[in-house]
Structures are given as C-alpha cells and as structure tokens.
Design a binder for this molecule. Structure first.
Ligand code: PGA
Length: 249
C-alpha cells in the first residue's frame, strides 16, 4: 500500500511568532488520519517547529538544501545541519527553486544523491509550464525532469523518494489541474517508472499533486487512483484549510 501524504510548503512565509501560532492552531485540529502530515517552514523556524511538533503526527521537513556536505557555500544549509536538528525529509526541485534560483536537473540529481546518502527522504518536485502543455509537450518535459534527476538511482533508493507533480501553471494561480489531468499525468509517471524499475517499485512510490489544492477540490483530486496526496502551498498557511485538505482522504 502506498503512503498517502499531505505536505504543507510554507515557502518564505511566517516569522517565528507566526510559525508558533500556526503550529498551535494545527495541533488543536489534528485528528488521526490515514495520510501522513508534513509541514515545511523556513530554515530559521525549523528547529522551533520540530520541537513544537515532536510528540505529534506532523513531520517537519525542509524546503531545500545544498548538495555539498559542508564548506564555502555562503548562505546555504547542508543535509547534516538539517539532520542535526531532527529533520529527516527535504523538498527538492520545487519549480520556484528551478525558476528563480536556476536549479537544473543536473544540480538536482546531486542534491538527491546527497540527501539519500544522508539517509533522508526526498520529496522531488517537477512539472511542466503552461507553454509545454499548450504545445502538448507536457509528458515529454515531465519525463525528462524525472529521468534526468532520478533515473541514475537504483530501485532500492525509491523507498526514500516521494514524487510531487506540480504543473507550474497551477501553482499559486488558483487554477488547478483537473482531477483527470492530474490522474493522466500521474499514471504516465508511474508508467515511466515501470519501464525503468518494474511494476513493484512503481506501485510503491507515492506521487503527490501540487498546484492550487484547496479544501473544496482536494477530495476529488485525491480520489484518483494514482494521486497519493498533495503538496499544498497557499492553503497550508491556514490551519483550518490545511486540516480540511488532510481530512479529504
Ligand atoms: P499552491 O502551491 O498550493 O499555492 O498552488 C503549491 C506549491 O507550490 O507547492
């Protein structure tokens, strides 16, 4: 059985006080859920969030990290630093990292390797831009992103990989992929995994959908057979909305 996951990507939002109060609100609303819950606050608030959620069902994860183990990389954060404060999972390849910080498939492959070497779990994001979809290139683009960054790995590594399909045109725009568009792409990704790693591995990898998931559309999207959860941006900044999405399973 694949894991169902709902992860909240807080992006560059919430200072320490806001982090504290959002976590308090989340804790009030936690119910036992089939789905694993995660939140990804900013680096400065990870330690506090980790401590505040230590005894809870919500895992605290990082939004990014560097590929090097340590050294002269001003402003960056390493896997070891994250692990030293209890962080076990990192989001890599978010489209905002790709677009604004020029993260390429090649760089992301290095980050993935470093995370796995450090026994961390990776939520690997990818997705096409609007022009790719309009020109009917969306499957080819996504296939390239996934194969370039991940297909050097052995099958065993996929125990620690979660995939997150996030069409760029749906992120923060209020425009969601339709449940059918999400299902079609997730099935395509799974088929791509089958061709390289076989059915068993492909069936075991959770594929999340991200891009304007809200309480009013989560249930329909999550009901699709190849959609195993969501990576939530805007709606994760509100405790009630985030928990409503978790409870959509
Ligand atoms: P959104 O962001 O839910 O605000 O569209 C999703 C994401 O960037 O992960």
């Amino acid at each position: 059985m694949r894991k169902q996951i709902v992860a909240g990507n807080w992006k560059m939002n919430n200072d320490l006080a806001m982090t504290e109060s959002l976590i308090t609100e989340l804790k009030k609303r936690i119910k036992t859920s089939e789905a694993e819950m995660m939140i990804a606050p900013a680096f400065t608030n990870l330690w506090h969030a980790f401590e505040a959620l230590r005894q809870s069902d919500i895992e605290v994860v990082a939004q990014n990290m560097h590929f090097a183990e340590s050294g002269a990389y001003t402003g960056e954060v390493s896997a070891d630093m994250l692990k030293s404060i209890g962080i076990q999972t990192v989001i890599l390849g978010h489209s905002e990292r790709r677009a604004y910080f020029h993260e390429t498939d090649e760089l992301l492959a290095k980050k993935v390797n470093t995370a796995l070497k450090n026994k961390m779990r990776v939520i690997f994001c990818f997705g096409e831009e609007l022009a790719d979809r309009k020109s009917n290139n969306h499957e080819a683009v996504v296939k390239n992103q996934v194969t370039n960054a991940l297909f050097h790995l052995d099958a065993d590594a996929f125990k620690n990989i979660v995939l997150a399909y996030e069409p760029v045109w749906a992120i923060g725009t209020g425009e969601t992929a339709s449940p059918e568009q999400a299902q079609d792409m997730h099935a395509f990704i799974r088929k791509t995994l089958v061709s390289k790693y076989g059915q068993q591995v492909a069936n075991s990898v959770s594929i999340l959908y991200g891009g304007s998931v809200k309480p009013n559309n989560a249930q329909e999207i999550f009901s699709k057979p190849d959609v195993d959860g969501g990576l939530i941006g805007g709606a994760a900044l509100n405790a009630e909305d985030f928990m409503a999405i978790v409870n959509a399973f």
